[in-house]
Ligand binder design. Structure first.
Ligand SMILES: [Zn+2]
Length: 144
C-alpha cells in the first residue's frame, strides 16, 4: 500500500506552529524561567502533569491556562530568516562530520569550519560514541 505524504501541508503546519511560538520559549525541558523571565512551572504546574504542553501559552495551545503578557512571536520575515540560517548551518554539517576522525578511540579534537575556517571543536562520548561540537565563531553546532 502506498502512503501519500502531503509535504506542503506538513510544512504549512510547522510554519504556523513556529509563528505561534514565543521567541522566549526555551523548550519543555528547559529549567524555568523562560527567556522572558516567566516561571511556567509556578504559573501552570509541574511539567509531569498530563497535558502540560496544552496548558502553557508559549506555543500554539488552543486554551492555555493564562495569557502571557510577555509572549512575543516572530514575524514571518524573522521566521524565514531563521529557517534560512538553519538551512545554511545544516548544509555545513556533512563537511564537518566527514572531517571528524571515524576512529572511536579519538575522543576529541578540532576540524576546520567549512564556513569561516576557524576551529570546530568536537568531542565524542566515551559511553555511547555520540558527537557534539561547534565552531568557535558560531557558524555550526551539533549534538549527534
Ligand atoms: Zn565557523
Amino acid at each position: 500500500m502506498t502512503e501519500t505524504v502531503d509535504r506542503e501541508a506538513i510544512r504549512a503546519r510547522a510554519r504556523a506552529s513556529r509563528l505561534a511560538t514565543c521567541k522566549y520559549w526555551r523548550g519543555a525541558l528547559a529549567q524555568p524561567p523562560c527567556g522572558a523571565g516567566v516561571d511556567l512551572v509556578a504559573r501552570v504546574g509541574p511539567r509531569r502533569m498530563a497535558g502540560w504542553a496544552l496548558r502553557i501559552p508559549c506555543c500554539d495551545a488552543a486554551a492555555p491556562v493564562f495569557a502571557c503578557e510577555r509572549k512575543c512571536v516572530p514575524t514571518p520575515e524573522e521566521d524565514e530568516a531563521r529557517q534560512r540560517a538553519i538551512g545554511e548551518m545544516l548544509a555545513l554539517l556533512p563537511a564537518v562530520m566527514t572531517a571528524i576522525p571515524s576512529d572511536k578511540s579519538i575522543t576529541h579534537g578540532e576540524v576546520p569550519c567549512p564556513k569561516c575556517g576557524g576551529p570546530v571543536r568536537w568531542e565524542r562520548s566515551p559511553v555511547n560514541g555520540h558527537l557534539r561540537g561547534g565552531c568557535a565563531a558560531g557558524c555550526v553546532s551539533f549534538i549527534q
